[in-house]
Design a protein around this ligand. Structure first.
Ligand SMILES: *Cc1c(COP(=O)(O)O)cnc(C)c1O
Length: 478
């Protein structure tokens, strides 16, 4: 038996790199990262897929493969084809960029492998995450008793909020088909998904009409709730947006909150895209009333420019979040006597989880807040500039003036179908690839979007986007 153990140990120990091997890993990884970052401002934002990838051909052999070979494969087959979200030219969907300091936060979190699910196991890690959530609660204007948890992204954060609302409003299985949820048709599709996952698929969903700027019409909301109540239904939830994905529309949260208070509905704000604009004055001028919501979802991997993998759900009364997500009732008692000791496992669907606080805390501390505020204000002004400049292109039609950093526009061709032209225009921008734009459909029509949120996007990229649109329109009009 001892001989067997000694043989197994010899091979098992290969999992631990020596000091020399570690040094080699660091050097090679940093060389790769340096090379990537040196090219990030000039590489294309989008490259069409070239097809079959070698990386997925083989199974895993028993014997080692040199790390250098793997980096080669990753560089060619993973980090090259498709969209490059780290590029300043990523102006589609909702960008963010991926702060470099966050990568070191992940590195440190992974090396030490702290257990960030439970306070007892890693008080420092958990208190850091709680502090970050408290900071975000303060940003949206929540007071004493509020709290939240860091999630993998916005979809999961919305799900946690909807489950919390369901329980807090006492919606039981037998109530569901009489229960009514209100939102505009512009609410992010992950909310529909969350409603289904939360077992609320049979609830009645009312799409509240919007004004000409795609914002919720509050009078129509109020009238619909009254009508539903009179019909014996059970209105209980409004989901509003602080910055829709399609057009960046900011719902009038203050007035929606008036309606929700009057009728005793839970108000959830999806601020995945827009929430962090509260860190700059330009954003504060637009975003009002978030403090009156019952729950908010924000996405640090958008508005704080983190690499993908961090969202947050924030709840005005943290106990409601815990009531839906606790895992051990007896333990909760003590947790509430010492509120600083609340653990992510008490208030999220997860138990064992990535220590995702470090990737957020390090950049905020290392940079200080000033560059974040400046970058966010800069995005708003870049979008305003684009919106102004694009109207100078003859034939260009624009949507509503941007409230934050998203706007929509389309070209009216001299002849032919307007939708087909704009579809072809987006395709030609994709084929070009220096910047990446996406389109959407509004009332059946194709509109092209500009979404400025990467910390790497500055004026030169916006000028490039304008120039590429002009060039490609000329080509297509030929
Ligand atoms: C991105 C986004 C989401 C979804 O968040 P993920 O982090 O992608 O899961 C939800 N709502 C809005 C408004 C968004 O922009």
């Amino acid at each position: 038996m001892l001989k067997k153990l000694s043989e197994l140990e010899k091979t098992a120990r290969l999992l631990e790199p020596s000091a020399l091997e570690r040094q080699d890993l660091v050097t090679r990884t940093m060389d790769y990262a340096h090379d990537f970052l040196e090219r990030v401002y000039t590489d294309h934002a989008f490259l069409p897929d070239s097809g079959q990838k070698k990386i997925f051909e083989a199974e895993f052999p028993e014997n080692p493969t040199p790390y250098a070979d793997l980096l080669n494969l990753i560089g060619k087959e993973v980090d090259t084809p498709g969209l490059n979200p780290a590029s300043p030219g990523h102006l589609a969907y909702i960008p963010g960029g991926g702060l470099v300091h966050s990568a070191f936060g992940d590195f440190l979190a992974d090396i030490a492998n702290r257990y960030a699910g439970i306070h007892f196991a890693s008080p420092g890690a958990v208190e850091m995450e709680n502090m970050l959530c408290k900071w975000m609660c303060n940003m949206v204007g929540y007071g004493e008793g509020s709290g939240g948890t860091l999630t993998s992204g916005g979809s999961i954060a919305n799900l946690a909020a909807i489950v919390t609302a369901r329980d807090a409003m006492g919606i039981r299985s037998r109530d569901i088909d009489q229960s009514v949820i209100y939102m505009t048709a512009q609410v992010h599709h992950c909310v529909d998904k969350a409603i289904r996952i939360a077992g609320l698929g049979e609830a009645i969903v009312r799409h509240v009409p919007m004004d000409e700027r795609f914002r919720m019409n509050v009078e129509a909301l109020d009238a619909q709730i009254k009508q539903d109540k009179a019909a014996g239904l059970r209105p209980w939830l409004v989901v509003a947006s602080t910055g829709t994905t399609d057009t960046g529309a900011v719902d009038p949260m203050d007035r929606i909150a008036d309606v929700c208070e009057a009728h005793h509905l839970w108000l959830h704000a999806d601020a995945a895209y827009g929430g962090f604009f509260l860190l700059c004055e330009e954003g504060q001028a637009v975003i009002k009333g978030l403090e009156r919501t019952n729950s908010v979802e924000v996405d640090p991997h958008k508005g704080l420019f983190l690499p993908y993998g961090t969202g947050a759900v924030l709840v005005r009364d943290q106990r409601k979040l815990a009531a839906s997500h606790y895992y051990q009732a007896n333990y909760m008692q003590d947790a509430y006597r010492a509120p600083a000791a609340i653990s992510p496992a008490d208030i999220s669907p997860e138990l064992t989880r990535h220590f995702r606080g470090l990737r957020l805390w390090i950049p905020l501390k290392v940079h200080g807040m000033a560059p974040f505020r400046a970058a966010l204000a800069e995005k708003i002004w870049l979008c305003r500039y684009f919106y102004e400049q694009i109207q100078l292109i003859p034939g260009m039609e624009v949507g509503p003036a941007p409230e934050l950093s998203v706007c929509i526009y389309r070209y009216r061709p001299q002849n032919g179908d307007i939708n087909a032209f704009n579809d072809a225009l987006v395709q030609s921008i994709h084929n070009d690839g220096r910047v990446f734009l996406s389109s959407t459909r509004l009332n059946g029509d194709i509109w092209i979007r500009l979404a400025v949120l990467s910390f790497r996007t500055h004026l030169n990229t916006i000028e490039l986007a304008l120039q590429m649109l002009k060039e490609n329109i000329l080509k297509l009009e030929d």
